[in-house]
Design a protein around this ligand. Structure first.
Ligand code: LLP
Length: 421
């Protein structure tokens, strides 16, 4: 179900008109639907009920403490990539035995912090890292459970910045060296080599690259066992793509060409599972985007409209410091008025107030004719939105709101000017 939707001319988040939230809390403003997050999470978990599995939420997508607490309560595990994320996960109530620590550059103090908190597993990415984890574990008198992140050299056909499973990427241990790395790890004194980790990229919209990666991982597990390395755990990463284009339709909105439409997240899991299940391993996933992306919008206010020669601009009060994805990846987000007041459209650029040409949200896009003080919603902003905010141009970070039915809760206050100094 879509919890962010139009009711006649008004855009709602669950039962709450977004115009009311923009008026009450000001803009730019992140608004999230609690029930959308829960529904997304449960859809990913549903095909996994019969097997030993954990769906670890990738905190990097959105680490608002209220959202973390919600997912911890739902029984999610956590995929963390820093001491900061680990600390947030622990505070939010994720069980340490359901926490995986990934990342290509873990510092020694971060490894120590994770070992002291008895997390379930380190997903290691190099032989030097394996050595360091073993050394720190020995010093603490502990055994560290590790998985080795293997890079299967599969083209996930995503944006080059978020493709991680090709051999030229910095991530993991290459397929050719994986076997030797496992043997090396098995010989280190304070390590228990429990599993294989892979994550081939993000915003992958087809199941085929995942199926290819699953076959590779299942094959590797077989080879390792033949050599006496009895791995019992597969962490298959995240990466399930979501829809950014043509998310909402309304007779008052211009038509958007949807392009490649990803299947629902549970279908990705359903397609991969038969291959991974054969290994008899426990199976973990680490989705981030597919749990939170469509649950969030960024509300913004039209400051000015203007024409420069042939071009028309809508200048809004959100900038690239509030949502970086368009500037960084040329990412497409559907943008809609939160009240449809006209069916007339024109071609515009929607831009922020920051002193950078890259500070845009849409270019040459057909859009409703709007005026000063109209409110717009940038859709599918729940993942990699707030986490990538900054204080660039000394702009305070926006507030965040969580909606549950008709109930509205501020889950992060807007930063104040005093906090900038
Ligand atoms: N596991 C690992 C090891 C990862 O590196 C990532 C994402 C995930 C899980 C979660 O992937 P997801 O299910 O969210 O696709 N800032 C970019 C996305 C970067 C993703 C980085 N790694 C964006 O805005 O599109």
């Amino acid at each position: 179900m879509q919890y962010i939707r139009y009711q006649e001319q008004d855009l709602l988040c669950e039962d709450v008109p977004l115009s009311e939230l923009a008026e009450e809390f000001g803009t730019p403003l992140y608004v999230y639907s609690k029930n959308q997050i829960v529904e997304n999470f449960r859809a990913i978990k549903a095909p996994l009920t019969e097997i030993n599995s954990v769906v670890c939420y990738a905190l990097k997508a959105n680490s608002n403490p209220a959202i973390l607490a919600l997912l911890a309560e739902e029984g999610a595990g956590a995929d963390v990539v820093s001491a900061g994320e680990l600390s947030l996960a622990l505070k939010a109530g994720f069980a340490p035995g359901r926490i995986a620590f990934a990342g290509v550059g873990k510092r020694e103090d971060e490894i120590e912090y994770a070992l002291k908190n008895d997390i379930c597993i380190f997903n290691a990415e190099s032989t030097q890292e394996l050595q360091l984890i073993s050394l720190v574990a020995m010093r603490l008198g502990k055994k560290a459970r590790v998985g080795l992140r293997v890079n299967p050299d599969i083209d996930a056909q995503s944006h080059p910045y978020i493709t991680t499973g090709l051999k030229e990427n910095k991530f993991g241990i290459s397929a050719g060296e994986a076997f030797a790395a496992f043997q090396f790890a098995a010989g280190l004194p304070a390590l228990e080599v429990v599993g294989v980790h892979t994550h081939i990229g993000s915003q992958i919209v087809k199941v085929e690259p995942f199926i290819e990666a699953a076959r590779f991982v299942a094959g590797l597990v077989g080879k390792l066992r033949e050599a006496g390395i009895m791995v019992q755990h597969i962490d298959f990463g995240g990466g399930f793509g979501v829809q950014y284009v043509n998310v909402l339709t309304h007779e008052g909105l211009p038509h958007e060409n949807p392009g490649a439409t990803p299947p629902p997240p549970g279908d990705f899991v359903g397609a991969i599972l038969p291959i991974l299940k054969e290994t008899g391993c426990s199976i973990w996933f680490e989705p981030g985007r597919s749990i939170v992306a469509n649950a969030g919008v960024l509300l913004t206010n039209v400051l000015y409209t203007k024409e420069n020669g042939t071009k028309k601009f809508i200048i809004v009060d959100a900038g690239m410091n509030d949502l970086l994805r368009p500037a960084l990846y040329d990412a497409y987000h559907q943008i809609v008025p939160i009240k449809i007041a006209t069916y007339e459209h024109e071609k515009v650029d929607i831009v922020g107030p920051i002193c950078e040409t890259g500070d845009f949200f849409a270019r040459d896009r057909m859009f409703a004719k709007v005026k000063r003080n109209d409110h717009l919603a940038i859709l599918t902003a729940g993942a990699y939105g707030y986490v990538n905010t900054s204080n660039y141009n000394a702009r305070p970070r926006p507030a965040e709101i969580l909606v549950n039915g008709g109930k509205v809760r501020i889950v992060r206050e807007r930063q104040t000017l005093d906090q900038l100094f």
